[in-house]
Design a protein around this ligand. Sequence first.
Ligand code: HEC
Length: 140
Amino acid sequence: MRRAVLFASFVAAAWCANADSPETKPGAGGPPPIPPYQMRAMLPAGDRLTGTKDGAALFSNRCGACHLAGGMGTNLLTKQRMAAGLPPESGLLANRKDLTLAYVKAVVRKGKLAMPPLSRVEVTDAELDAVARYLAKAGE
Ligand code: HEC
C-alpha cells in the first residue's frame, strides 16, 4: 500500500513538473515550426515527360525531403563540408556555386554513397534537366 501511494505521488509530481514545462503550456509558443524538408512544393502540374517545368519547384518536390533545410542529405553534406573547412550554408545544394549539369545528373542517376540512385520513374529525364539547370551554377 505504502509503495502504491509513493508511486502515485511520484507520478503526480512528474505530471506537474511536465505540465509546467514550456512545451506543454497552452499558448506558450505552440508546437515547434515545421522544418523546410517536411514542407516541399507540390509537383508542378503538366506532363512529366515534357521539359517546361519550374526547376526550383521540382527540386523542392523531388529532392526536398533530403535536400531542403533539415533533410538528411543536407545534414550529411553540411557535416562533410564543414569537416573540409567549407561554410555550413554550402550543405544546401541550392547554395552551391560549383555544381555542373553533368555532375548533378550523374549523381541522381548513379547515386553517391548515402544517396540512392533515382530512376526515370521517380525523376523523368525532362524533370532532371530542369532540376540540374536550377542547381548547376557552374555551367555544363
Ligand atoms: C533519399 C534522400 C535523397 C534524395 C531523395 C536525393 N538526395 Fe541527393 N544526396 C543525398 C545524400 C544523403 C547525399 C550525400 C551523399 C554522401 O556523401 O554520402 C546526397 C548528395 C547529392 C549530391 C552530391 C553533392 C556533392 O557535394 O557531391 C547531389 C548533386 C545531389 N545529391 C543531388 C540530388 C538531386 C538533384 C536530387 C533530386 C532529383 C536528390 N539529390 C535527391 C540524399 C538524397
